[in-house]
Every structure is written in structure tokens, then in C-alpha cells.
Design a protein around this ligand. Structure first.
Ligand code: SER
Length: 320
């Protein structure tokens, strides 16, 4: 049975780092009741749960997912539920079930119910054989479990677009830096943790080397990119629609520590690489986002100074 697409929005993984802010932005734009948040976690006091419609939902339960789509009259899904790199490496089978199996749940529902879908990819799709300044079209041979699930996700998405006409879009997010909800289980989390540690303890033990350079982005830019990609006319999007490169800021861990030290008197940082160094080393230093600029007008706004100012002010205000 084909059910016509509804007019409400479902966000999976809505209690996570991105979901928390995406739900807030979507509710501000489309009205609180239009945006149904969902997550597998039970966090009854989370603002996303308190402020509007919420469904407890596992993306690997396809029947439950279908029921929510129909009951809530959903027409567009922002599918954010996933395990990040460090967690995925510890639980490869669970990562495949959630990152790939969960996406199949969403794509199948999209095929049946004519949904539009946003499903994020990651800089982790690139592996050591990609150029350090990663082009849009490059060999995708990641060495991490997480990266492999994201490459598979981009390919699955393109299949559903080509075979069934599912309007699916995605962005290869850089490391995302924000303060409203904790990052969890990722390799780029040091770029978030450093701010909290600096303001609380005046010191941070960073789990990658000082010279580690990765593509990063402030969350406001990531949310703007996400919503503007979904706003773009379908005919302007080409063969990279399931995983656009978007660049924000590229800096080393030492440059970040220096920028924090310039704002937090007496801050010190030691560099003590752990297993996550290997994941970081397999990813590019920076990203070429020319295609996203051409096809849907993308341009980042936050540089390192603006990001540091926003993080420090944000953490200080939210702890008052
Ligand atoms: N931020 C993610 C991670 O570190 C990469 O997409 O796992």
C-alpha cells in the first residue's frame, strides 16, 4: 500500500549532538507541532522531549518506524541516529545494524510512503589514499568501521534515488563543535571537550597529537548547511546529492589549544594520543567544497576565532 507523504517532519537521533540543535531550528522555522523528535534513549528532561512532540523509537525496528510515519503524518525525515567512529570501532556489528540497517529502515519507509530524506555522511568516508585536501570525487577506501558504514550509506542512498526516485540528500559533515548537547563517541570530540575542560579545570589532556589537522565546523554552520541543502531545488542537485563535501575550518589540535589559551587565562594542554589518533590520521586535513557552493550556494561563516568566542560564551551562559 502506498501512503501519500504527510506534512510533518521526523528527526531520528533527536537527542544527540546534532539532533538537539536541528530540532530547535526546525521547530523555530516550521512550528513546534510540525517537528516530531525521536530517539532510542530515555531522557525525559531533555528540552527536545519537553518542548514538543516526541516518540521513543529504534531505527532498527522497521515496523515501529512505519507506524510512527503513518501515525504522525510524516513527509520528511532527518535521519541522524548513528554510532560515531570510536564507538563503532568498539562495536562493529552494532554499528552496521544501526548505521546501515537503520538507514535501510528509513529508505524502505521513504520508498513506500514517498518521504523525502536527509541522511548525513562524514569526512570519515575518506581513507589514507585520498588527497589531504579531499576533493568531492575521490577514492572512498576508509579504514574505520564507521567510515565504511558511511560509504555504504551514500551508495544505498544513491540506489534508492536512481531506482525508486527517493529524494535523498546528505552532507559529509566535518567534526562538529557545539555546546548545547554533548558530542559522544567520536574522534573529533577533543575539539568540543577542550572547551569544557578549559573552563572547568584550566587544563585538558588531548587524545590526539598537537599536529593533528582535521576539517571541523561550528554547529550553527552545520545546521544552516543541512536546512539549506533540503531547501535547494531538486533539479540543482547532481550525482553527489547523498554526500556533499562541506568545508568549515581546518586547524591543528595545537592551533585550537592556542586559541583557547588566548581566551582562558593559564589554560594548559597536554597531548596524549590514544587509539583515536589512528582514526584521525586516516582522514583528510581539509575539504574541497566547490560543488556544494555551485549546486546549492553553500558557504561557511564561522572561522576559528568566531567558533572559540561562541563556544566559550555559550558554555559560560548555559552554566549560570
Ligand atoms: N565526528 C565524527 C567522528 O569523530 C566524524 O564524522 O566520529
Amino acid at each position: 500500500m502506498v501512503v501519500a507523504a504527510g506534512n510533518r517532519i521526523l528527526v531520528t537521533g533527536a537527542l544527540g549532538q546534532i539532533g538537539t540543535e536541528l530540532v530547535e531550528a526546525l521547530r523555530a522555522r516550521f512550528g513546534t507541532d510540525t517537528v516530531v523528535a525521536s530517539d532510542v534513549r530515555d531522557l525525559p528532561n531533555h528540552p527536545v522531549v519537553i518542548d514538543g512532540p516526541y516518540r521513543h523509537l529504534s531505527v532498527i525496528d522497521a515496523d515501529a518506524f512505519d507506524t510512527v510515519i503513518v501515525e504522525e503524518n510524516i513527509g520528511l525525515v532527518y535521519h541522524l541516529a548513528a554510532l560515531l567512529s570510536a564507538t563503532a570501532e568498539k562495536n562493529p556489528e552494532l554499528a552496521e545494524r544501526i548505521n546501515i540497517g537503520g538507514l535501510v529502515t528509513v529508505l524502505e519507509a521513504a520508498r513506500k510512503h514517498h518521504l523525502r530524506v536527509y541522511a548525513p555522511s562524514s569526512i570519515a568516508v575518506f581513507g589514507p589514499d585520498s588527497p589531504n585536501h579531499a576533493p568531492q570525487v575521490a577514492p572512498l577506501n576508509p579504514t574505520t568501521v564507521y567510515g565504511r558504514t558511511k560509504v555504504t550509506g551514500e551508495r544505498l542512498a544513491m540506489n534508492y534515488w536512481r531506482q525508486y526516485g527517493v529524494d535523498i540528500r546528505g552532507i559529509r559533515y566535518p567534526g562538529l563543535i557545539s555546546y548545547k548537547a554533548p558530542a559522544g563517541g567520536g574522534t573529533t570530540d577533543y575539539a568540543v571537550d577542550i572547551f569544557h575542560a578549559a573552563l572547568k579545570d584550566g587544563h585538558y589532556d588531548c587524545f590526539v597529537r598537537a599536529d593533528t589537522r582535521l576539517p571541523m565546523m561550528y554547529m550553527d554552520d552545520a545546521i544552516r548547511a543541512t536546512i539549506s541543502l533540503m531547501d535547494a531545488p531538486a533539479e540543482s542537485l547532481g550525482e553527489s546529492r547523498a554526500g556533499y563535501n562541506v568545508a568549515g575550518i581546518s586547524f591543528t589540535a595545537a592551533e585550537l589549544a592556542d586559541a583557547v589559551a588566548a581566551r582562558v587565562p593559564d589554560f594548559t594542554c597536554d597531548f596524549k594520543p590514544d587509539v583515536r589518533q589512528g582514526y584521525a590520521d586516516s582522514w583528510p586535513d581539509s575539504i574541497d567544497d566547490e560543488l556544494a557552493r555551485q549546486e546549492w550556494g553553500w558557504r561557511a561563516e564561522y572561522d576559528l576565532d568566531a567558533l572559540c568566542d561562541a563556544m566559550i560564551t555559550g558554555i559560560q551562559l548555559s552554566s549560570i
